[in-house]
Design a protein around this ligand. Sequence first.
Ligand SMILES: [Fe+2]
Length: 133
Amino acid sequence: MKGFEWDDSIALGIPAIDNQHKLLFGWVNALNEAIISGDGHEKVGEIIVNLISYVTVHFSDEERLLLSYKYPELISHRKEHDYFVTRLQEIQTSFNDGHEMEKEFLDFMVEWLVCHIKGTDQEYSRFIHAREE
Ligand SMILES: [Fe+2]
């Protein structure tokens, strides 16, 4: 996987959330670099723990924001988040069982995040911006 840098094409125009998205990709890139540079199982495992905990914090912040705006699609949005966290936990379990972190897992993370941000995150962003006009 080539590194993925956050750019304006996935900006929501909500600074706090955009910053969290940047940090999220930062964790994915840190994981990618640790794997490429052949860091040990322990180091890679630590990054996976940090990545999952940051994803969890970010999703709950986002859901709290959507709740505060009484966003009508909150439940289905939360389901997408839950799906991603479950997949990450499965990847982590497999890694902890001694399997390699595969390139496909990193590709999956980047693709899912970009797709989610460009899709359903953009939808709530439009809703919030419309409310603020
Ligand atoms: Fe989201």
